[in-house]
Ligand binder design. Structure first.
Ligand code: M6P
Ligand code: ZN
Length: 184
């Protein structure tokens, strides 16, 4: 029997994916209307500004029970007003589905929120590992001045629920005030 070469690779430095069944999603400022607190600052910025990119390896179809997806999120450094660039954040559509995140490059914060709106946050750094339990919304924030790269692995049938986040946020925002990173 032939021993085959691997079909996919990830960069050991920043998690960049290559090989078959990989794709990339780009999220720009214009895709995140209503997500940031400072609407005036938001409206002054170029709507084409790229906030983050997600590379994803999908060996099975979305919705496949028992399948897994593997991805890397790359968040650019920057702020809208005092608020750091962040992902949309989501609950899973099948809400009890869990996920792993792990820090690869850069400095950030992972914000969690339960279904009652109680928020908490953890620092993300190269080598940090984060278990996101089911029923917990999760959002990544880049609090550094370099790109933040974070790996993720989640069930292929988890899906994304952005609605509740778009409406009422995470109850907490990660900002820089007087040179200090705060959650308020
Ligand atoms: C991680 C995973 C993906 C998610 C991506 C971006 O790679 O959790 O499922 O899509 O981050 O986050 P969001 O969908 O909240 O913008
Ligand atoms: Zn998720």
């Amino acid at each position: 029997m032939e021993i085959k070469d691997p079909r996919n690779h990830f960069s050991k430095e920043n998690g960049a994916l290559s090989g078959e069944k990989t794709s990339k999603t780009i999220r720009k400022l214009k895709d995140m209307k209503g997500f940031y607190e400072d609407e005036e600052a938001f409206n002054k910025m170029d709507p084409e500004t790229v906030l983050y990119e997600v590379e994803m390896h999908a060996p099975v179809k979305a919705g496949t029970e028992g399948g897994l997806f593997f991805g890397t999120s790359f968040l650019n450094p920057g702020k809208v007003g005092e608020e750091f660039f962040m992902t949309k954040g989501h609950f899973h559509e099948i809400i009890n589905r869990a996920e792993y995140y792990w820090g690869l490059e850069g400095e950030g914060v992972l914000v969690f929120m339960d279904e009652d709106g109680n928020a908490s946050a953890e620092k993300v750094c190269p080598g940090s590992l984060h278990f996101v339990p089911g029923k917990i919304a999760h959002r990544l924030v880049n609090t550094g001045d370099t790109k933040l790269a974070v790996g993720a692995c989640w069930p292929a049938d988890a899906g994304h629920q952005y609605g509740p986040i778009a409406e009422s946020g995470f109850g907490v925002r990660i900002k820089e005030k007087n040179g200090t990173i705060i959650a308020e």
